[in-house]
Ligand binder design. Sequence first.
Ligand SMILES: [Zn+2]
Length: 323
Amino acid sequence: MKPAISCLSVLLICLGAASVHAAHETQDPALRQRAADALARLAPLPLAKGSLPQPLVEINRESADRRWVIGSATQPLPTMTGVDADQVPLSRLFLARQTDQGWQLALEGEDSFAALLEAAPDDWLSADERRAWRSQTVRAKRLAPDATGLGLPWQEGAAWSMTGGPHGYSGESQPYDSIDFAGGDGRVLAPQAGVIYKSCLRNGSGLVKLVHDNGYSSTYYHMINLNTVADGQRVAKGAYLGKTGNGLPCGGSTTGPHVHFSLIHQGKAEPVNRKWLGGWQFFSGSRAYQGYAARDGGRVNVGGRLTHYRGGGDPAPTASRRR
Ligand SMILES: [Zn+2]
């Protein structure tokens, strides 16, 4: 009986630890204000003040002394059902440090982020996490202009539909940094290794972000049945992230079960036009949700199926005639 009891208590400790590592809303009004102000600088809210819910400011990871935080600032949207649109809340991660003068806070992509990152304690950020974040700073080396080093977010060799071509987080908003995908077994997989953070967790859905170590980050919305990996942990290429769904954990709208996949480069929304992902080059149309993907002289329009190559962005001629 004794071993069983100790096993149970270990399990409870583990469960308790896991919940500590999940994003939770900050109770610190000063931190909340700093993060909300930073998000407002990034994108002045398009709607009249007061028409949107308050920004959600969450702590994803914090140091033991609580002076260092990796958090997320998200602008929730009203939840709209029965509309044929795909709207996703704006969200950014930030790094913050509490000083005697108050919180210093930098959003990913801001100039001050790099300095804050270098000042963060060694025993708090893992080597994986630090390497991934260093690559996101504007001083880091950039890949060839059209390369991303990323696959597509599902199993290699499988075909999924491009249900929406390049578009912004609210459809027509620029840049067109996002593409919608659905199909196959619905299991969304990491298109490259990365450090994971999950914000706005509600009923097994949330906003998922992978910080890769080549300057790119990728984000995922509408998924359900998210994995249970703790924030700040590295997931391998091909690791399960979640399932395509209609999740609206921070509001917005959805056109049916899919994943909204977005690209961020060095902390800023990156146009997907001309970018290579999983062996395909994507092209924007003149309007949101239009456009196409191409490889080997062939092209697939919106609604068509894309076979994810094995080996990421390398051309695979034997697969080029597959439909
Ligand atoms: Zn979308």
